[in-house]
Design a protein around this ligand. Sequence first.
Ligand code: C5P
Length: 227
Amino acid sequence: FQPKLMAGKRILITAGPTFEAIDPVRGITNLSSGKMGYAVARAAREAGAEVTLVSGPTALPTPHGVTRIDVQSAQQMMDAVNRAIDGQHIFIAVAAVADWRVANPSTQKVKKTDGEAAAKGPELQFEQNPDILATIAARTTLAGHPYCVGFAAESENLLEYGSAKRERKGIPLLVGNIGHHTFGQDDNTIVLFDEHGHTILPQAPKLTLARQLISEISKRTSKHSLF
Ligand code: C5P
């Protein structure tokens, strides 16, 4: 009998895009489909973990046995993660979080006007969203902090940017998507960056890669303080 790799572990995952309101019916979002994050949640559950998935708006069904918390904005995602983080062994940030939100969203639908103002369009101001992953990675509690895994979608120089980003975020493992055409696709190619360097996981369906990732995380966390 082989015990499941993640039996007894609690894993918190973010997935999907965020949606930043401009007014009650409009907003700013991105092309993340949530497929990779949902695949990671499914793979973690299959490996025996207790999985909580904090998800931005997606059209995907909840993976079997996974607890899902729906949010829209980056701030709501941050709040949901803060509420759920205590007691988690692993935090995997897969969501494509908006870096900025509209600072002055309108409480009423913005109306079209005539003349010069209409031609110019409304003026939006932006303010920075919290970096959820960096916030959790920097958190220290008496119980230690969860093993944090980040994702990166770079359009160029992934190998260079990937290892720099891992260090900047203060995390032990960063997963890079090769190319930025992965949004919405079923396949992906990923690179794992850790303190030893990088490893490429060749093109495969997202669920296959997610299972490989969970097994890589399991290897690396067997030495982690919380385990
Ligand atoms: O800095 P960048 O956005 O490229 O970093 C991507 C990684 O950081 C992903 O793991 C993403 O989920 C996470 N992130 C986050 N909160 C943000 C921005 C990114 O958790 N505000």
